[in-house]
Design a protein around this ligand. Structure first.
Ligand SMILES: *[C@@H]1O[C@H](CO)[C@@H](O)[C@H](O)[C@H]1NC(C)=O
Ligand SMILES: *[C@@H]1O[C@H](CO)[C@@H](O)[C@H](O)[C@H]1NC(C)=O
Ligand SMILES: *[C@@H]1O[C@H](CO)[C@@H](O)[C@H](O)[C@H]1NC(C)=O
Length: 401
């Protein structure tokens, strides 16, 4: 009885204590929870500091603050070179400084092992090689050369210049300077003969797509590499014809039937149906006066990288679409960033504010002629090229960018 009573009074005593303990602990937990929340807040503010750090880069991943200054290690490496001496690895070093995502390996041209290049195997043209493997294998088996050639391959430091076709080159007398570069890249049908004073006389390679290629054989320079930049599947088929010298009705117009027959004989039935001349937006060259070993296929990775990564054009599920194709000039510059030690450009720059300036250095077409371009985004592209010039990754001899 007594024990029962004392037990009850014990319970009376213990209950408030337990309630107190409960409150004590739950408030403790509350505090604990508070402090967790607080440290979460600390973490957030830390992260936002991190975001501030991250925002020294723009949306594309380029440093926002661009200048030509070199960090100490590059000053040490290049500071002592005499003026004009080739700065080995300069373009890539400077590019990586302003764009840390830049990774160097990307060969200029396709070689028979191109299937190892995973980035291009998942996209169809213009961003990759998917669906075109068979015809590419066919072309590469005939060209049997996949580099700049023994002489240039052996130079440990290469200076390259990309000659744009812009009217800005006209009457600037840059010819002599241009000819001093190890690699002179010209685009499409840009002529040399008659313009040497302004554009030089040396041509290491001419990068073109079928519609842009020189149509009259006698207008080609004596020797240069003929490099296809393919934008559509038909472009590869066209190159195959140029490589195999399928002359097709010399002199006369190309007819669909003849091409179909010809394609059928060489490639099998699946090509005969798809190979049609109306797959081009203007007439194309029927003959390219080059031996197969002087023909190359430009690595389509440069189109992909320029569009999706460097300029930031719409991905459009990896297909050609409105405003997502870089111009050939920017594709060539992207190629040079990966493969040259120093990169210069001349003849670049569309000034939309002066529609009456000549569009090209060799003809009377005016700027206004390119105003509505469906595939390109000239203003976005110019933003990208300006970053390269501002940071001194490339040198712009005509100051048009
Ligand atoms: C550059 O010159 C300085 C001073 O003349 C010298 O100390 C340094 O080692 C040189 N650097 C290189 C890479 O040659
Ligand atoms: C080319 O430039 C020179 C001066 O460098 C000038 O005298 C000449 O008029 C210019 N020619 C044309 C066609 O603009
Ligand atoms: C070019 O890009 C700008 C900015 O992203 C966009 O507003 C414009 O519509 C684009 N032009 C074309 C032709 O796609």
């Amino acid at each position: 009885m007594f024990r029962m009573k004392s037990m009850r009074s014990f319970m009376f005593l213990i209950c408030p204590v337990m309630v107190l303990v409960f409150f004590y602990y739950s408030s403790g937990r509350l505090q604990l929870k508070n402090s967790v929340q607080k440290s979460q807040a600390d973490l957030d503010s830390l992260l936002s500091v991190g975001r501030v750090v991250a925002s020294v880069y723009d949306k594309q991943g380029f440093l926002l603050k661009l200048d030509k200054k070199l960090p100490l290690e590059l000053q040490y490496k290049y500071g002592n070179l005499s003026k004009g001496e080739c700065k080995q690895g300069f373009a890539q070093a400077k590019m990586t400084l302003i764009y840390p995502k830049f990774s160097k390996p990307a060969p200029m041209f396709l070689d028979p092992n191109y299937k190892r290049l995973s980035k291009i195997s998942s996209y169809p043209p213009p961003f990759g090689v998917r669906t075109q493997e068979r015809i590419i294998d066919n072309i590469l088996a005939a060209t049997r050369s996949y580099s700049l050639g023994p002489e240039l391959d052996s130079i440990p430091c290469k200076k390259c210049i990309i000659i744009g076709n812009g009217g800005i080159l006209f009457n600037k007398s840059l010819g002599t300077k241009i000819d001093q570069y190890d690699v002179v890249v010209r685009l499409n049908e840009a002529p040399v003969a008659g313009f040497e004073k302004d554009v030089g006389s040396k041509t290491t390679m001419r990068i073109t797509y079928p519609e842009g290629a020189i149509q009259r054989a006698e207008r080609y320079e004596k020797s240069s590499l003929f490099v296809l930049s393919a934008f559509k599947s038909n472009d590869f088929k066209w190159l195959r014809h140029m490589v195999y010298k399928d002359r097709l009705t010399p002199g006369g117009p190309l007819t669909v039937n003849q091409i179909q027959t010809d394609a059928f004989e060489t490639c099998g039935p699946e090509y005969s149906l798809s190979w049609r001349m109306d797959g081009f937006w203007k007439s194309v060259a029927r003959v390219v006066p080059r031996a197969p070993q002087d023909m190359r296929i430009l690595n389509p990775y440069f189109i992909q990288e320029a569009s999706f990564r460097l300029i930031g054009l719409p991905h459009n599920n990896g297909l050609m679409g409105r405003g997502n194709i870089p111009t050939l000039g920017t594709v060539a510059i992207t190629m040079a960033l990966h493969n040259c030690d120093e990169v210069a450009v001349a003849g670049f720059g569309y000034d939309m504010n002066t529609p009456h300036a000549p569009l090209h250095y060799y003809e009377k077409l005016r700027m206004s002629a390119i105003k509505e371009s469906w595939t390109h985004n000239i203003s976005r592209e110019k933003e990208f090229l300006r970053k390269l010039v501002k940071a001194g990754v490339i040198e712009d001899l005509t100051h048009g960018i």
